[in-house]
Design a protein around this ligand. Structure first.
Ligand code: PLP
Length: 629
């Protein structure tokens, strides 16, 4: 049960039940509420919804929002900190309407707001963040239209803070505020000197893309004082990168930012908030380390470092402790969704057999490799597996050379290949009974490993695995009380050899193979890719025109016999949808194909009834799901 490390990466949300199925425990305050993921899959299938499918657990989203907010509130109370916590969720991390609605609703009693980084995100935030006591933080580069929209938000009494990312935004904002007669609420993003840790460490330092240098900040303050707008500056912002793997980066950033804050207060800048940005990491591989897919701290430690760090430095400097804002996105959404797909085939080297009986006048290489196979089939005490492995490797390479020189026939090469794989299989079986495996022979399992073909697209559903080598937890949803007997990598159905997952959670380091169960004709084998709810959930691309997958929204309900119900299904892309986004007009395409079929009917190559069936079939395919049936 511990093979897949579920207790280490699951954050308490996933467990394995006695039945060998994965259980989802979506609410930390109700540990007895357990949803059997295999039953969720059954319900999805019986509702006629095809896989692959994204399954969203709304209660996990709510739990994460509550956890973040209560941890800040409790730590603030324990530390006797004077400011309050006003978290915001960065819309870019998961822009799906249902996700945003759930987060805003779960956060309403905590005055939890939204962060937008572009005009479309601001337009969404204006509509959905209606709580007057929560913040809307505006990051990202801004043109005049973006700033006008922000000022419109202030007119409708939204708590909008416009964060200045580069100096020229300030001059435009000052001009607009005069034109419209609206006083903006301004935040200033500082280019921090401290380096983040992890994949996004370039988000800070002198070469950071966003933020003002200290000189620019001082110039901005002079300008705002001259324009009599200094009272509009309310927030100091920093962000040193997402997925900060090492807590030291957070401690250092808090130290630097708190000193900047204290200095600015002393220069009569009326700051009220400090925004620590995002960066709170998710332990995807469960190693609790500074690996890129992990982190060496937990939420409580992260929050304590921020609250106590600002608290102490402000106390020492004798300045008021600011309200704290954070923009955690990954940590809020990663756990709530998973991608479930069915394994539809196995690609295993040497899986096909070929008659290897001796033939008259056969090449000596064939005879020699057959002799090795015979020796292994009837092993005696003296059989040396390493020696056989060395010999068989040499014979195989000789066979390839001989074939290329025209000395070995295709039939003989097929015999060598068949015997080669048979021998490796034999060695592997015998190694399973031995106490010690020589280093070189360890490679045999990898050579013999299978590729499980799963009905999904890595580019659409696990983009981070492909693009940034993110390790994601992958495991079967059932049969978890049965020992997996195969080492596998996963390949998807795209026509792209990059369409694979071959980085899995290993014992001490990333593993190229995942232990899985052998496929059984009478039972579907579903696997799930977990922690997919942040970024990649909405960043997936249309490679091979596999579009968005079906989405199923699950709510827990302890009055329901299964403890859950499907609240909503969002249909994935049909073939017609994906073609339209690429500028095709499916109705015209159907006419074009019909014309060709009519020509064949007219030429007598097709019967009219056959022609009509073909046209219907083409039309139906246009409406169908892009993935395999
Ligand atoms: N805020 C800003 C300005 C960001 O650029 C990001 C992402 O990089 C975030 C917040 C969200 O960060 P995370 O998902 O690590 O919490």
């Amino acid at each position: 049960k511990n093979i897949y490390g579920i207790s280490r990466w699951g954050n308490g949300y996933f467990d394995i039940g006695d039945s060998g199925d994965i259980h989802v425990i979506p609410r930390h305050d109700q540990p007895n509420l357990k949803i059997n993921l295999a039953e969720v899959v059954e319900d999805i299938a019986s509702a006629g919804i095809q896989f692959p499918a994204v399954v969203r657990f709304h209660d996990i989203l709510r739990s994460q929002v509550e956890l973040l907010n209560t941890t800040f509130r409790q730590t603030i109370a324990e530390a006797n900190y004077q400011g309050q916590y006003f978290g915001v969720f960065p819309v870019k991390v998961n822009q799906m309407r249902e996700v945003i609605e759930e987060i805003v609703d779960a956060g309403s009693s905590f005055n939890y707001g939204l962060e937008a980084g572009s005009k479309p995100e601001l337009i969404a935030a204006l509509a959905y963040n209606t709580n007057k006591d929560s913040l809307t933080i505006l990051n990202g580069y801004k043109d005049e239209e973006y700033l006008r929209l922000a000022l419109l938000g202030l007119k409708i009494e939204r708590n909008i803070i416009i964060v200045i990312e580069k100096f020229s935004e300030l001059t435009t904002l000052i001009a607009l505020s005069k034109e419209l007669g609206i006083k903006p609420v301004i935040g200033i993003r500082v280019k921090m000197m401290v380096k983040g840790r992890g994949k996004w460490e370039h988000s800070s330092g002198e070469r950071a893309k966003f933020g003002l240098s200290m000189t620019e900040i001082l110039n901005a303050i002079s300008l705002l004082k001259a324009e009599d707008l200094i009272d509009c500056v309310k927030l100091l912002h920093f962000h040193i990168g997402s997925q900060l793997t090492d807590i030291r980066a957070i401690k250092e950033a808090v130290q630097e930012a708190s000193l900047i804050y204290c200095q600015l207060i002393k220069q009569a800048v009326p700051l009220e908030y400090v925004d620590v940005g995002g960066g709170l990491a998710v332990d995807y591989d469960g190693s609790q380390s500074t690996n890129d897919s992990s982190c060496n701290y937990n939420l409580a430690e992260y929050v304590a470092d921020i609250v106590y760090g600002f608290g102490q430095n402000c106390q020492l400097a004798g300045v008021p402790q600011p309200h704290l804002v954070s923009e955690s996105g990954r940590a809020i959404t990663a756990h709530h969704s998973c991608v479930i797909t069915k394994v539809i085939g196995e690609i295993r080297p040497g899986n096909t057999d070929y008659a290897t009986e001796p033939a008259q006048g056969e090449h000596i290489i064939v005879t020699n490799i057959r002799a090795l196979a015979d020796e292994l089939a009837a092993p005696n005490k003296g059989t040396n597996l390493q020696e056989i492995f060395n010999d068989v490797e040499q014979l195989k390479s000789q066979a390839m050379q001989a074939f290329n020189l025209g000395i070995l026939s295709l039939d003989e090469l097929a015999k060598v290949e068949t015997l080669y794989w048979r021998i490796l299989n034999h060695i592997e079986t015998q190694l399973q009974q031995s106490d010690y495996i020589p280093e070189e022979l360890n490679a045999i399992s990898a050579l013999l490993s299978s590729q499980y073909l799963a009905n999904f697209s890595v580019f659409q559903s696990a983009a981070d695995s492909w693009a940034i080598d993110q390790v994601l937890p992958v495991m079967p949803i059932s049969r978890l009380n049965e020992k997996p007997t195969k080492l596998c990598s996963l390949v998807d159905i795209t026509c792209d050899s990059d369409g694979k997952i071959d980085k899995f959670i290993g014992d001490d380091e990333v593993a190229a193979h995942l232990p899985l169960h052998s496929l059984n004709e009478n039972q579907d084998y579903f696997i799930s890719i977990f922690l997919t709810g942040a970024y990649q959930d909405v960043m997936g691309d249309m490679h091979n025109l596999f579009g968005r997958v079906n989405e199923v929204h699950i709510f827990s309900d302890d009055d329901d016999p299964k403890d859950f119900y499907i609240e909503e299904v969002v249909k994935g892309s049909s073939i017609e949808n994906v073609l339209s986004t690429m500028q095709y007009t499916p109705a015209i395409m159907a006419q074009m194909v019909k014309k060709e079929i009519d020509k064949q009917i007219a030429a007598g190559n097709l019967k009219p009834r056959e022609g009509v069936n073909l046209i219907d079939f083409y039309d139906n395919c246009l409406l169908s799901y892009t993935y395999l049936n």
